[in-house]
Design a protein. Structure first.
Length: 99
């Protein structure tokens, strides 16, 4: 039989996870918007006839793509860990004799 305290604690933890998830999503969207604006600005200013400009632009895009892939991989890992945590909480809630 479950007691009200763990249920309230798990509900509070889940609420905190949801709030943190929303904040992270909003922050990522804001950062993506700022980066998009800066990319448009760079594309307007860059002189594609100059080989040095093209080289610097290419190297910066390679760096951004590498960072973007790392962020996506980290996000996938965090989502998987969060899913495992939620599954464990659900199993604890359903377990007979859980405290």
């Amino acid at each position: 039989m479950t007691s009200p305290a763990p249920t309230a604690a798990s509900r509070a933890a889940l609420d905190r996870l949801d709030r943190a998830n929303r904040r992270v999503t909003q922050t990522i969207l804001l950062a993506a918007a700022i980066e998009s604006i800066l990319l448009v600005f760079v594309l307007l200013v860059i002189d594609f006839a100059d080989p040095l400009h093209r080289l610097v632009f290419l190297l910066s895009m390679l760096t951004y793509c590498t960072l973007a892939l790392a962020i996506v991989a980290l996000g996938a890992h965090v989502s998987r860990v969060q899913e495992r945590l939620l599954t464990a909480l659900e199993l604890l809630r359903e377990a007979p004799g859980a405290r």
